[in-house]
Design a protein around this ligand. Structure first.
Ligand SMILES: C[S@@+](CC[C@H](N)C(=O)[O-])C[C@H]1O[C@@H](n2cnc3c(N)ncnc32)[C@H](O)[C@@H]1O
Length: 210
């Protein structure tokens, strides 16, 4: 259950992301820099490896809080055919669309606030860093609950929900989502050791619907 709560931060606001993507879109038009790869290329590679082994190229896949659309461009290059990126920042969507257009990749993008609900259903819903941002909003408990219900509704019965987080451990994610999802698999991530305890900087969980 959702008993944990983080202190709210500017990363939980639309204003923060709009400003950030305004800078990124300028960098893209000035220097061709496509922007941040959140949590790094190694994490993206682990997610892509799992997807290519388990998910058909024709599956309908949504990336929620897609930002610059990095993971979708990687999937489009691997011949995934039905890709949709959703973000509540119009500027993120403008950036993602400009990148896909220049790279001649077929990806749909839509401005959508995940907390307001998704308009379609999907075989795979992917989130890297978006639940983390939602967890940092004011009223985060309520927002996290809305997020969970909306993802559950938009996921097809045999679908997968893949989430990568740096704010929550594997066990915390399993605990948060247990009301609506069952854990299917965890994807291993690099570990660190501190004071004799082993931990992960980033956690990746694959859930199925309850
Ligand atoms: C840490 S960034 C990650 C971006 C992208 N997933 C990646 O891995 O590069 C978090 C993203 O979530 C988006 N976001 C946060 N809250 C959202 C919401 N309620 N609905 C849609 N997008 C949201 C932000 O605009 C931002 O693009």
């Amino acid at each position: 259950m959702l008993n944990d709560e983080l202190d709210s931060s500017e990363l939980g606001t639309l204003e923060y992301w709009e400003q950030r993507y305004k800078n990124e879109i300028k960098n893209y038009s000035d220097y061709g820099d496509t922007g941040d790869v959140w949590f790094g290329e190694d994490i993206v590679e682990r997610i892509i490896n799992w997807l290519t082994k388990n998910i058909a190229k024709t599956s309908k896949i949504a990336d929620i809080g897609c930002g610059n659309g990095h993971i979708l461009t990687e999937l489009a290059r691997l011949d995934y055919k039905d890709l949709t990126g959703l973000d509540y920042s119009q500027t993120a969507i403008d950036l993602a669309q400009a990148i896909a257009q220049e790279q001649k990749l077929s990806i749909k993008y839509e401005v959508t606030d995940i907390l307001e609900g998704l308009k379609a259903t999907y075989n795979v819903i992917h989130d890297k860093g978006t639940y983390d941002a939602v967890s940092l909003s004011t009223n985060s408990k309520e927002s996290c609950m809305k997020y969970m219900i909306n993802v559950h509704e938009a996921l097809r019965p045999d679908g997968y929900f893949i989430i990568t987080s740096c704010n929550w451990t594997e066990n915390e994610l399993k605990d948060h989502f247990k009301q609506y999802f069952l854990i299917h698999q965890t994807i291993s991530t690099p570990q660190f050791k501190f004071g004799g305890k082993v931990g992960n900087v980033v956690s990746i969980c694959v859930f199925v619907k309850k």
